[in-house]
Design a protein around this ligand. Structure first.
Ligand SMILES: [Zn+2]
Length: 305
């Protein structure tokens, strides 16, 4: 099956232009609150999908190990500068449609502001399901097409696409908004059970952000996030899902010891493992491909041989 196109932030100053100087403090702080409410207190190992420059990573400190995965190597280099190269963090450049990890490895996974760029969400979500251990927790954020602004614009005829229909809307190239019910259907179809839903960014309205102190808007948002259990009309939605069944024949597999990183990985091309650690690359003994390891970043995007 062909691999869907990937949205690549290579060379992007996204962290600086969007977060640090882009007036997104309100969004950042409401996400911090949602993560505190949804994340397990800790665990052995967490996978952060679409980690970017590591903006959210310090919020996962209860976990012994954190794998930061992003398609862009330069985003991971920025994360390294922010977080350092300690054993706690493992940096992986890879495609979310071809995850290079053995099944049942992770106690938890997060995907925040990342599904947003997926042309084939069920394909990416299936990958997450495979690498989460049974009962593992998945925190998913998605951009909601059924938001109040889109509904009003549609009803007064200022927007052609229908926010009530289940299909994704691609409002810019490789930028998608999703219907909450469609996301729930994908998750349930894969064997996740949804435990909590929070709606975020109720006050992402520019005149409110200009008029009122950010801390006050964050406080108001934190008071009403729980209404996501009943309705989701905000531009951003967080879901806490649990991997509710085993992953089939591999369900009994026990996680490798945290000390031996090589055992975390499988070949993203042929699925074979373990890979052989040759210091500057990992080698797949089955298909003979080499996956580069350079400056503390495991690179599974393109093989070398
Ligand atoms: Zn291989």
């Amino acid at each position: 099956m062909p691999i869907p196109p990937v949205c690549n932030y290579e060379g992007s100053d996204y962290q600086t232009s969007f977060w640090d100087k882009g007036g997104r403090e309100y969004e950042d702080r409401t996400e911090a609150i949602a993560l505190r409410r949804l994340l397990p207190k800790g665990g052995r190992i967490l996978l952060e999908l679409g980690a970017g420059a590591g903006r959210n990573t310090p919020r996962y400190l209860g976990f012994d190990r954190i794998v930061l995965l992003d398609y862009s190597r330069t985003q991971l280099e920025q994360a390294q500068q922010r977080l350092g190269k300690s054993d706690k963090y493992i940096y992986v450049a890879a495609d979310a449609y071809r995850l290079p990890f053995v099944d049942d490895l992770f106690d938890a996974a997060t995907m925040i502001r990342t599904l947003h760029h997926m042309a084939d969400p069920p394909k990416a979500l299936k990958q997450v399901k495979n690498v989460l251990r049974p009962s593992g927790i998945f925190i998913l954020e998605f951009a909601n097409k059924l938001n109040l602004k889109a509904i009003v614009r549609y009803l007064v005829g200022k927007q052609t696409w229908n926010p009530f229909s289940l299909e994704p809307i691609e409002f810019a190239k490789l930028n998608f908004d999703f219907h909450p019910k469609a996301v729930r259907n994908w998750l349930k179809g894969l064997g996740f059970s949804i435990e909590k839903t929070l709606s975020l960014s109720h006050f992402r309205v520019s005149f409110l952000k200009r008029l009122l102190p950010t801390g006050f808007l964050v406080f108001l948002d934190s008071l009403v996030q729980w209404t996501g259990a009943w309705w989701q009309w905000t531009p951003s939605v967080f879901v806490k899902a649990r991997n509710s069944d085993s992953n089939g024949p591999h369900g009994e597999q026990t996680s490798p010891a945290l000390g031996n990183l090589t055992l975390f990985f499988k070949c993203p091309d042929c699925g074979s493992y373990p890979l052989v650690d040759e210091k500057t690359y990992l080698e797949c003994l089955n298909c003979k491909k080499h996956w580069e390891v350079k400056d503390g970043i495991y690179d599974f995007r393109e093989s070398h041989s």
